[in-house]
Design a protein around this ligand. Structure first.
Ligand SMILES: Cc1cc2nc3c(=O)[nH]c(=O)nc-3n(C[C@H](O)[C@H](O)[C@H](O)COP(=O)(O)OP(=O)(O)OC[C@H]3O[C@@H](n4cnc5c(N)ncnc54)[C@H](O)[C@@H]3O)c2cc1C
Length: 374
């Protein structure tokens, strides 16, 4: 069975892109998050631990490197806590950006303290990668709005206090009519259906029957706010993948040092060392790409290609690292309750959400195709 584990101070090993404040944050989180079990799926308890670590303060006016430092630690100790944390940012970033939103400061104070848990509702049954194909519509009702439509694969569903919902307020304008709205979890007309997934995270489907909503920003700002949100948070998906991969590597090192085969520890077999070399190199390459992208984002540079490379490489590499970890654990690696078995299921969605691997390839390839010269 998995057991609590000591969290590494990740930032110490990345001097080029991180500074003393990041290293201090990394050390603080390693202490504050200690003892969380990777198999603890009690959402209320995990939110409480995130509150005690003051983690939600990092998602308001986020710095990308600080987000990455936090997600690397969270991915290591608890992929579910990592998901709750990330979605707190996805479901609130637009509120901080939208022009003229009167309740901005009040809401962001609650987001920061953890009194309010957020969710981000963009995807629909027929609009995932192609988000502009969304069918949810919004109509004015006095000084409020009402939304009719459906959203799927919504993280934090059932534990969130609000859903940041994207819907079209003027379908005659096509995607220029897409706007952002706040829908309270208690809004009449909203029903939430739990969607079981391969890991026991809060994930759901929202059914909105002309449910009450509050416009965030202006009509037509939705695509800018949705894509802006993903632009800020996408790099940190790669960081979470690095945390999970590092956990898999550490669990593996523990196991191969103990396991004796043919009179020799598994760690001393050359094929094992070759595997460990591949795992460690994949992990370090991922971290370099992630922190390069985060560094560029924090400097205010356009870095879509670097961000896409970081997200794509780190999530794909983490899948390879965790698969190798399962293999080196032998039968234990596929036993329910072992950390690597859980990581094997936890890593998979990271290659899908916030832009699939294929979409990252299109971004990177498209940038090179459009560039001039060799
Ligand atoms: C665990 C989890 C949590 C999620 N949380 C949220 C959330 O909180 N909020 C939210 O709004 N959404 C969320 N999502 C949804 C996620 O963002 C979508 O699943 C994702 O965008 C892909 O959309 P889709 O599932 O409709 O797949 P599709 O868009 O149907 O894509 C299917 C496949 O086609 C590929 N593809 C797409 N375009 C091309 C192309 N041009 N060429 C070649 N291949 C292509 C894709 O890469 C993919 O492999 C979550 C998903 C998961 C799995």
């Amino acid at each position: 069975m998995s057991s609590p584990t000591t969290i590494p101070v990740f930032a110490d090993a990345m001097p080029a892109f991180l500074d003393d404040a990041h290293r201090a944050l990394s050390r603080k989180l390693a202490g504050d998050l200690e003892g969380i079990r990777i198999d603890d799926h009690d959402a209320a308890r995990l939110v409480e631990r995130l509150v005690r670590a003051d983690a939600f303060a990092l998602v308001v006016d986020p710095q990308v490197r600080a987000l990455c430092v936090a997600r690397e630690a969270l991915g290591y100790v608890s992929p579910m806590a990592d998901s709750i944390f990330a979605v707190q940012g996805l479901g609130s970033w637009a509120i901080g950006q939208a022009s003229g939103f009167a309740r901005r400061d009040e809401i962001l104070a609650e987001v920061k303290s953890g009194a309010r848990v957020c969710a981000f509702a963009l995807t629909e049954p027929e609009a995932g990668t192609d988000v502009a194909a969304m069918k949810s519509v919004a109509a004015r009702d006095g000084d409020r709005w009402r939304i009719d439509g459906e959203k799927v694969f919504i993280s934090n569903a059932g534990i969130a206090h609000h859903y940041l919902v994207f819907a079209n307020a003027d379908p005659s304008l096509g995607k220029k009519g897409i706007s952002a709205f706040l829908v309270a979890a208690s809004a009449p007309g909203l029903t939430i259906e739990k969607v079981p997934m391969s890991v026991d995270h809060p994930l759901g489907r929202l059914h909105m029957k002309w449910c009450e909503a509050e416009l965030v920003g202006e009509v037509g700002q939705g695509m800018r706010l949705a894509l802006g949100t993903l632009d800020v948070f996408r790099t940190s998906v790669g960081a979470a993948a690095c945390g999970m991969a590092r956990r898999a590597l550490d669990e593996t090192l523990r196991r191969v040092r103990e396991r004796v085969l043919f009179g020799k520890r598994l760690v001393d077999q050359q094929l094992t060392q070759a595997r460990l070399a591949e795992m460690a190199t994949d992990l370090d390459a991922s971290r370099l790409l992630v922190y390069r992208a985060a560094f560029l984002k924090d400097r205010g540079e356009r870095a879509s290609t670097e961000v896409a490379m970081a997200k794509m490489f780190a999530t794909e590499a983490a899948q390879r690292v965790i698969d190798a970890a399962v293999q080196l654990h032998g039968g234990l690696g596929v036993t329910l309750g072992s950390a690597v078995e859980q990581l094997y299921r936890e890593i998979r969605p990271l290659r899908i959400y916030e832009g699939t691997t294929e979409i990252q390839k299109l971004i990177i390839g498209g940038a090179f195709a459009a560039s001039e010269g060799p």
